[in-house]
Design a binder for this molecule. Structure first.
Ligand SMILES: [Zn+2]
Length: 426
């Protein structure tokens, strides 16, 4: 049991490791202390657990659990979730007294394909170090760039990364004005190519993504939607659509969405959103939810409005999942990270368990991750977030620059992924 050993891949990752010498670790027996002992005796010397997270308040909506428990981990899986597991049974112990312990957080809308285009950021410092064990990259790569994303980022990261392939084959290599938006020329929107690349990478590609804002599409969004539908149907995978300022009114786009598809940037303040001019939720939005379409936050630099969110909550329409849309332009505000984004929902009146549910249990159900996530049940992946809920006066800003003051904020303390520990670098 050791903290992450990193190959030298930049300062940010090295800082991550440097911080791992934290006082949170109480005890660590050397790995392989039974070396040299006869095979038959080896089990006697070995402690049954690699890691014990002791004394935290476990908030696990998958089990309707909100109580103090110890979490024992062995060989990358949750081994036991109980009260009073002896410290002596684990090689390494994390003291989580007065902390919150949740299943590893899942962020369904991120951009973690850096160095190609303006959006991507390094996954480990901004996600794994801040409580997020699994991210879904929302369309940064397309059919032409996915192999680079796979080889140079996904396979090297410690954060678990799954991808939504952009239906436009160039992905998000450019922003927009004064440059060309990716759907302004439909020749790049090739559903057969997208479906083929998704089929060749079924271990990592869990769906498709397409962006519908006028600056990225011109008048082509409805045709883009038809092609995205075709790609998703051919591959048998769900589709995530980005909304906010689309050329075509939202009900027409929603009309092409099926059970399991996802709307992201749901609570933005741009034209053609979820609300009509009087602030009432569109009936087509409720109908889409009723037939199984998910509504995700996708905060971003321009896509989350406290006012719109408040109006939706008053009409009993809360997000299914809470995600950041974290990328280069919102990393230093207003988004910062997933714990900050989750905190905004505490100030909007959701309780902690309902907030955690939207970044664990619910998020785990949206895509096929191929492993058991979003729960601390024994047998699940050993992905655990240790968080601190601090009381105080905290100012939060939405994408429109509007602020709200909350009395609680979630901070990452330590994250466990595959049995290894990761700490925030700041
Ligand atoms: Zn995005």
């Amino acid at each position: 049991m050791t903290s992450e050993k990193l190959s030298p891949q930049g300062l940010a990752r090295r800082r991550l490791v440097g911080a791992a010498a934290s006082s949170v670790i109480l005890a660590a027996a050397p790995v392989g202390s039974s070396t040299g002992v006869l095979a038959g005796q080896e089990r006697q010397d070995e402690k049954p657990f690699d890691l014990l997270i002791r004394g935290g308040k476990v908030v696990d909506p998958s089990q309707s659990l909100e109580a103090v428990r110890d979490v024992a981990i062995r060989e990358g899986k949750i081994a036991r979730l109980e009260v009073g597991i002896p410290v002596a049974q684990a090689r390494q112990v994390v003291d989580a007294d007065a902390k919150i312990v949740t299943p590893g957080l899942i962020d369904l809308h991120t951009h973690v394909f850096p160095y190609v285009g303006p959006y991507g950021i390094e996954p480990d410092p901004y996600f794994l170090a801040r409580g997020v064990t699994t991210v879904v990259d929302a369309g940064t790569s397309g059919a032409f760039t996915f192999s680079a994303f796979r080889r140079f980022i996904i396979e090297r990261a410690s954060t678990r990364i799954r991808a939504l392939l952009h239906v436009v084959s160039i992905g998000m290599v450019a922003g927009s004005t004064p440059h060309m938006g990716e759907l302004e020329d439909l020749r790049y929107c090739d559903p057969k190519l997208a479906a083929r690349v998704a089929g060749e990478n079924r271990d990592l590609i869990v769906g498709f993504k397409i962006r519908f804002s006028q600056q990225y599409t011109g008048p082509n969004d409805l045709e883009g939607m038809r092609r995205a539908r075709a790609a998703a149907d051919e591959a048998g995978l769900p589709l995530m659509i980005h909304i906010g300022g689309s050329f075509t009114p939202l009900p027409e786009l929603l009309g092409l969405m099926k059970r399991g598809d996802v709307v992201t940037h749901s609570f933005n303040s741009h034209p053609h959103g979820l609300l009509d001019d009087s602030g009432a939720l569109l009936p087509e939005v409720r109908a889409a939810r009723e037939r199984g379409v998910w509504f995700d936050v996708g905060h971003g630099a321009g896509s989350f409005s406290f006012e719109v969110m408040e109006k939706c909550l008053k009409q009993d329409f809360s997000p299914d999942t809470i995600s950041t849309d974290l990328y280069s332009a919102n990393l230093h505000g207003p988004v910062y990270d997933l714990p900050t984004t989750l905190s905004k929902f505490l100030l909007l009146g959701m309780d902690l368990s309902d907030v955690v549910r939207r970044a664990t249990l619910n998020a785990a159900q949206v895509f096929n991750f191929g492993v058991q996530l979003g729960t601390l049940r024994p047998g699940a992946e050993a992905d655990v977030s240790v968080l601190e809920l601090r009381e105080g006066e905290f100012t939060f800003t939405d994408s429109d620059g509007k602020t709200r003051t909350g009395r609680q904020k979630v901070f990452p303390v330590v994250t466990v992924r595959g049995g290894k520990l990761f700490y925030p670098s700041t």
